[in-house]
Design a protein around this ligand. Structure first.
Ligand SMILES: *[C@@H]1O[C@H](CO)[C@@H](O)[C@H](O)[C@H]1NC(C)=O
Length: 220
């Protein structure tokens, strides 16, 4: 996402789709990052289909996507050190391939992580070995690790690890104490690096859907 044109090109190469920033713009997709109402926001797309992403007041955003390849976006923080995040909103994409997760990156090592609160017709941890569980904020999450080889990242096309906490009982709304997940990952031998951005993200994969999410931070 730092190097958008590079990412779009990489994604296009990976999927065989024709995609470039210009192509995406022509289709009305404006991927980007920035600050809105004091929150960091980011949205990324591989260029296929269409996305209407809108920042709303405070920590809110809404998005509607149609026939995408892969897109992910939302509001949060950059950098995103450990926080107690609270979120609420509408996300009803249980019948399609979509995730609602607290999503972030670290560098050195480069890690993409997901604390998945709800997912649609595909469990992102399918086919991977469960490393353990973590109890947090009234729920139990399964912990997984996967490896991405030559995939788009915040540092261009790279090979990197993904860490996952997937809530056993899906929900849309609640608190997420990120430190609990970071500690659990560490305990299973998964090493995070320097905090990069962290957003309460909606993601769509080969699907159409919509979401409207509000985030905040609980300072105790
Ligand atoms: C989130 O945390 C706040 C502050 O600790 C608490 O008042 C609230 O009940 C929590 N919400 C949920 C859904 O657990």
């Amino acid at each position: 996402m730092v190097c958008l044109s590079y990412l779009l090109t990489a994604a296009a190469a990976a999927t065989g789709a024709v995609a470039s920033p210009l192509e995406a713009l022509k289709r009305g997709i404006k991927p980007g990052q920035g600050t809105d109402n004091g929150y960091f926001y980011s949205y990324w797309t591989d260029g296929a289909g269409s996305i209407d992403y809108t920042n709303l007041a405070g920590g809110s955003y809404k998005a509607t996507w149609k026939n995408v390849g892969n897109w992910v976006g939302g509001k949060g923080w950059n950098p995103g050190p450990p926080k107690k995040v609270t979120y609420s909103g509408k996300w009803d994409n249980y019948k399609v391939n979509s995730y609602l997760s607290l999503y972030g990156w670290t560098t050195n090592p480069l890690v993409e992580y997901y604390i998945v609160e709800a997912y649609g017709n595909y469990n992102p941890s399918s086919g991977t070995k469960k490393l353990g569980t973590v109890e947090s904020d009234g729920g139990v999450y399964d912990v997984y690790q996967t490896t991405r080889t030559n995939q788009p990242s915040i540092q261009g096309t790279s090979t990197f690890q993904q860490f996952w906490s997937v809530r056993q009982v899906k929900r849309v709304g609640g608190n997420i104490t990120t430190q609990n997940h970071f500690d659990a990952w560490k305990k299973t031998g998964l090493k995070l690096g320097t905090w990069n951005y962290m957003i309460m993200a909606t993601e769509g994969y080969q699907s159409s859907g919509s979401a409207e999410i509000t985030i905040g931070e609980i300072k105790e």
